[in-house]
Design a protein around this ligand. Structure first.
Ligand code: MG
Length: 447
């Protein structure tokens, strides 16, 4: 058996009238063929190995933020990656220091896919947010290093720009529909075309007075209360007021945050159809995915889902069956740029667009990672705006910027964000163990 390339080569030689003479004449000497097969990067760039992996934790604005720093055998050349799992931040620090460090030191920085695959199965059991975030720190740092080596921003390595900047949505909240409408107006004046509207946080504490479970001394004082019925009634009223005050042009988004009984979530989404939302996010908890078919049959309101998924395989079935329209991924939670790109590309085949998670518990490095993917993916949908304050910008020089409702990254090689470790150390992380929401009788609501 001959390989097709071998046959093609023979045909070519015959056509040239060279035949078996070629070898004798040295047209294809063995050495030259070998050189031809050597990858260009091996010729152009010196070998580079990982010498150290560290986790840097900081909480300049309340949320714990974690960045992984991957140092290399070239002095001064390192990469940064976001590994922020704010609720269990110290567990990620341990995973990086006790396992990832040992796993990485001495390995080649070039083979990102191979490193990701190896890290993913190296603990045998997988799918956990702690390890996914640790792997993301490594993955994003390796993309950062690759960009620095190539002298290109990471979006160039992913295929270049599909758009000049990243359209974003911001958050308007308040305790009354009128207050929310005023905030939407303010953001429209700032240039935002897309605004997420939420009343009383996620329909939580501010909608109600003191719940019975607290009066009875049940559970913790810091637990939140949610009146699901009141929330269900409040959402269409909020949309109605905002539409009347702000008009039809602005795109409105809303996040149910998985806090309803599934059948009630269907009722709410259906009731919003007349206000044509841009999307409604997380109607169900991930345990209730089967309800999506019923929701799809009931309404054409666009849906966003996925921020609580732990493994990219969880996206496959709902995307293939077109159960939602926008992919919500917290890039570090899913394991970094490498796996997020796979889900994004899969979406292109099924008419599903991206909508990466960009809350306050994403570091500037993570926001930059969101933006670099957003540039390169054709089926980009929308991006949650990076709200980065001045102190965070000081800690993370080169942070993405927001202007007229768009996010921009700088054009320096890599992800473009640095860290001032000394300043970061002045804002140490803290333990945040409680984030509980209950019904009036104290029953826990799954967020
Ligand atoms: Mg959400």
């Amino acid at each position: 058996m001959h390989s097709s390339t071998e046959i093609t080569r023979r045909k070519l030689l015959k056509g040239l009238g060279l035949g078996s003479m070629a070898g004798m004449l040295g047209v294809f000497p063995a050495k030259a063929a070998e050189e031809k097969e050597t990858p260009a990067y091996k010729r152009g760039l010196p070998p580079l190995t990982i010498t150290n992996v560290r986790a840097i934790g900081t909480a300049p604005s309340g949320s714990n933020l974690i960045v992984v720093k991957v140092e290399t055998s070239e002095p001064g050349l390192y990469g940064l990656g976001c590994a922020t799992f704010t609720q269990r931040a110290f567990a990620v620090i341990t995973a990086v220091e006790k396992y990832l460090q040992d796993f990485c030191v001495g390995k080649d920085v070039d083979n990102i896919e191979d490193m990701w695959q190896a890290a993913f199965v190296s603990s045998y059991w997988r799918n956990g947010p702690v390890l996914n975030n640790a792997i993301s720190g490594l993955d994003q740092a390796l993309w950062d290093i690759k960009g620095k080596r190539a002298n290109m921003p990471v979006y160039q390595l992913l295929g270049g720009k599909c758009r000049f900047a990243i359209p974003c949505y911001t958050h308007a909240s308040g305790n009354s529909p009128e207050e929310i409408a005023d905030n939407v107006t303010k953001y429209m004046e700032e240039g935002y075309r897309y605004v997420r509207i939420q009343q009383g946080g996620y329909g939580g504490t501010s909608l109600t007075t003191e719940p019975d479970f607290k009066k009875a001394g049940f559970a913790r004082e810091s637990d939140q209360y949610m009146d699901q019925g009141k929330y269900v009634r409040s959402v269409p009223r909020m949309f109605d007021t905002v539409r009347k005050q702000c008009g039809e042009e602005v795109e409105l988004l809303h996040d149910i945050h998985e806090r309803l009984e599934p059948i009630d979530a269907i009722r709410v989404v259906e009731s919003l159809e007349e206000y044509h939302p841009f999307f409604i996010e997380d109607p169900f908890s991930p345990e209730q995915m089967e309800w999506f078919k019923q929701l799809r049959a009931a309404t054409t309101v666009p849906l966003a889902m996925g921020e609580l998924f732990n493994n990219i395989n969880e996206f496959k079935e709902p995307m293939v069956n077109r159960l939602f329209d926008y992919i919500r991924i917290h890039i570090s939670q899913i394991g970094g740029i490498t796996p997020a790109m796979k889900v994004a590309r899969l979406g292109e085949f099924y008419g599903v667009k991206t909508a990466w998670h960009g809350p306050g518990d994403v570091s500037s490095v993570g926001h930059a990672a969101n933006a670099h993917i957003d540039f390169a993916v054709w089926n980009f949908g929308i991006q949650e705006a990076a709200r980065i304050n001045d102190l965070q910008r000081e800690i993370f020089p080169g942070s993405p910027i927001m202007k007229d409702g768009y996010m921009y990254v700088n054009e320096v090689p890599g992800l473009g964000v640095e860290i001032d470790e000394k300043l970061a150390a002045k804002y140490p992380m803290h333990t945040r163990s409680n984030w509980t929401v209950r019904k009036f009788d104290g029953t826990i609501i799954r967020p």
